[in-house]
Design a protein around this ligand. Structure first.
Ligand code: ZN
Ligand code: ZN
Length: 284
């Protein structure tokens, strides 16, 4: 028996197309078991999970909203922008995603070169074995290092080699929130600021709203009650959609986090769908 979710819809979760444990099919099946009526999958910088998720959602009768979470940098803070409902056939959107993936791959190859100079010989193919999806990242390098016996744990790999300030650290390609908001808007999607309470972004929101931000994520496991109240007020004041989701990465990844225990009601899903329709007309 699977316990039912607290919310009807979860608008933030990750599949194996990025750093989640469950496949896109698996997460839709899990959402159905949890009794969810709607779900958005929001993998980091990639939409490769959409097709399989869509097939499964149609088969099982659950509403899928196609989403993404774009990692950006803002004055030294990592800011995540969620996007919902982008047109996957939009040429510039496809190109932007391709560029993001290229830059990720390039960064990993640079890390591997640095490791090699330190006597740690890991090939890109080794790393890819751990990145089952498309978004290859440092955790996959760490896994390969552990597997090959260079280090005892993933945490140690980060602490000694991969973290900022460590000998094999390579900075990430820095996309600005402004650019991510534009990419999403230009392809008919709805840009939403993810978990602003985590980075304390209250004072930065006004600028992004002027640049086209249309929503704020309010319900999120890392948000305190104070965060929820604060950002809900901002959303109301600025006429932004208030979204929510569990940021689920799979069973056991973060204890206590279950799909659908953070989320929204179907009224917000309706509102989001209306906004997507409107934005797609304007983007054409
Ligand atoms: Zn995030
Ligand atoms: Zn996330």
């Amino acid at each position: 028996m699977c316990q039912k979710s607290k919310y009807e819809a979860d608008l933030h979760c990750h599949t194996s197309a990025s750093d989640g444990l469950l496949t896109p099919e698996g997460i839709i099946e899990h959402a159905v078991r949890r009794g969810l009526r709607a779900i958005a999958i929001t993998d980091h910088d990639t939409i490769t999970g959409w097709t399989k998720a869509e097939e499964t959602s149609e088969r099982l009768g659950i509403l899928l909203i196609k989403g993404i979470e774009i990692n950006t940098d803002w004055e030294g803070k990592e800011v995540h922008i969620l996007g919902f409902g982008m047109d996957e056939n939009n040429k510039s959107f496809k190109k932007q995603l391709f560029d993001l993936q290229e830059k990720r791959i390039f960064r990993i190859k640079e890390i591997l070169e640095k490791l090699k100079k330190l006597g740690i010989d890991i090939s890109f193919t080794d790393v890819l074995q751990y990145a089952r999806g498309e978004s290859v990242g440092r955790p996959h390098v760490a896994q390969a290092m552990v597997k090959k016996g260079y280090i005892a744990s993933i945490k140690m790999a980060f602490d000694r080699y991969l973290k900022i300030g460590c000998p094999a650290y390579v900075p990430r390609y820095k996309l600005s929130p402004t650019k991510a908001i534009k990419i999403i808007n230009d392809s008919g999607g709805i840009p939403v600021l993810a978990h602003p309470g985590v980075q304390d972004l209250e004072s930065d929101i006004r600028q992004w709203v002027e640049e086209g931000l249309l929503g704020i994520e309010i319900t999120h496991p890392d948000h305190s009650l104070d965060d929820k109240i604060k950002y809900h007020k901002i959303a109301e004041r600025k006429g932004l959609i208030a979204t929510g989701g569990s940021d689920y990465h799979g069973p056991g990844i973060k204890p206590g986090i279950e799909l659908g225990d953070w989320g929204v009601g179907l009224d917000i899903v309706d509102q989001l769908e209306q906004m997507i329709k409107q934005n797609q007309i304007e983007a054409k």
